[in-house]
Write a protein that binds this ligand. Structure first.
Ligand SMILES: O=C(O)CCC(=O)C(=O)O
Ligand SMILES: [Fe+2]
Length: 329
């Protein structure tokens, strides 16, 4: 069946839907159906959904927040010892205001820490591919490395399960994304948003409006709030309020490219006006750098042609990063 025959709901959603993905773990394919159609509905609409039934236990999540808070509480001098600027693979600490995700606005009011798949610096892969190389770790915090590595592995497994749901939602074989998942470019980014000052610069945000570049994003947010998703039908921002125990899943540009824009990579941003510190951790899964992103035939109807040329993951990621940095003013 062509995906074109699945129409987006005629009543656009005014909130981010909740999808319980637990059924995908059942050996009985009958249990997959409701999950798959809920994923499809969400992806045809904004490409955003809350994910519950994900199987990542609360202790693992709390440990992640705990080491993240402890890291950002270190002195600026200590944090700069693991600066991103020293890494060829985009790993380590990014200082407050170092990124501007929305062109023409003041720098984002957040600081971050980037972790990826650990690849030896002298390996051929690190030489050839984007964002590929060794992680860096704060020396004074051995528990940081343990907690983060454990969380990273669990999220790779969760990404794989969600990709299976996505494949089924596109009328593809469940393991369609298997080759894409191998040796992935995957980035876990710890984020800390200090409260916005009483008189912020005009347009200042925690994180400027943007779409994500990669395949899928699995976002963990604390209970402070501030994430907003653009509703292109109503032309207004929707709050994606924190939901205890749920991840927020969203599709990146690679997925809209892969599906000829049937599935959406939607603009979102963070505005932290709570007066409190906010912590979050987006995990960006972008897949194997050599994998080819090529229009999925079931996403074409009639004589429709692909809108985008086939491109490797590596080339797509380089292109999106270059575009984003060229736009930064
Ligand atoms: O912190 C958040 O809730 C979202 C961050 C985000 O959208 C990003 O880093 O791409
Ligand atoms: Fe994002």
């Amino acid at each position: 069946m062509s995906l074109a025959s699945y129409l987006p709901s005629s009543t656009p959603r005014t909130s981010v839907p909740v999808v319980d993905i637990g059924g995908l773990r059942s050996p009985d394919p009958a249990a997959w159906g409701p999950v798959v159609s809920a994923i499809r509905d969400a992806c045809l609409d904004k490409g955003f959904f809350y994910c519950v039934g994900h199987g990542v236990d609360p202790v693992t999540i709390e440990r992640l927040f705990s080491v993240s808070r402890a890291f950002f509480a270190l002195s600026e001098a200590e944090k700069r010892k693991v600066s991103l600027m020293r890494s060829k693979a985009n790993r380590g600490y990014e200082a407050l205001g170092a990124q501007t995700l929305e062109p023409g606005t003041p720098p984002d009011r957040k600081e971050g820490y980037y972790i990826g798949l650990d690849v030896a610096a002298d390996s051929d892969l690190a030489e050839r591919f984007f964002n590929t190389g060794p992680n860096v770790w704060p020396e004074a915090m051995p528990e940081f490395r343990l907690a983060i590595s454990d969380y990273f592995d669990r999220l790779c497994a969760l990404a794989s399960l969600i990709l299976e749901g996505l494949a089924l939602s596109l009328d593809l074989e469940r393991r369609f994304f298997e080759a894409f998942e191998q040796q992935p470019i995957a980035t876990l980014r710890l984020l800390h948003y200090p409260p916005q000052p009483a008189n912020p610069c005009p347009g200042e945000k925690g994180c400027g409006a943007h779409t994500d570049f990669g395949g899928i994003t699995i976002l963990l947010q604390d209970d402070i709030g501030g994430l907003q998703v653009w509703d292109r039908d109503a032309e207004q921002w929707l709050d994606a309020a924190p939901m205890p125990g749920a991840f927020v899943i969203n599709l990146g540009d690679m997925m809209s490219r892969w599906t000829n824009d049937r599935y959406h990579s939607t603009v979102h941003r963070v505005v932290n006006t709570s007066g409190q510190e906010r912590y979050s951790a987006p995990f960006f899964f972008s897949g194997n750098p050599e994998h080819l992103i090529e229009c999925i035939p079931s996403c074409l109807s009639g004589d429709e042609g692909p809108k985008y040329a086939a491109i490797t993951v590596d080339a797509h990621m380089r292109e999106r990063y270059a575009l984003a940095s060229a736009l930064v003013v």
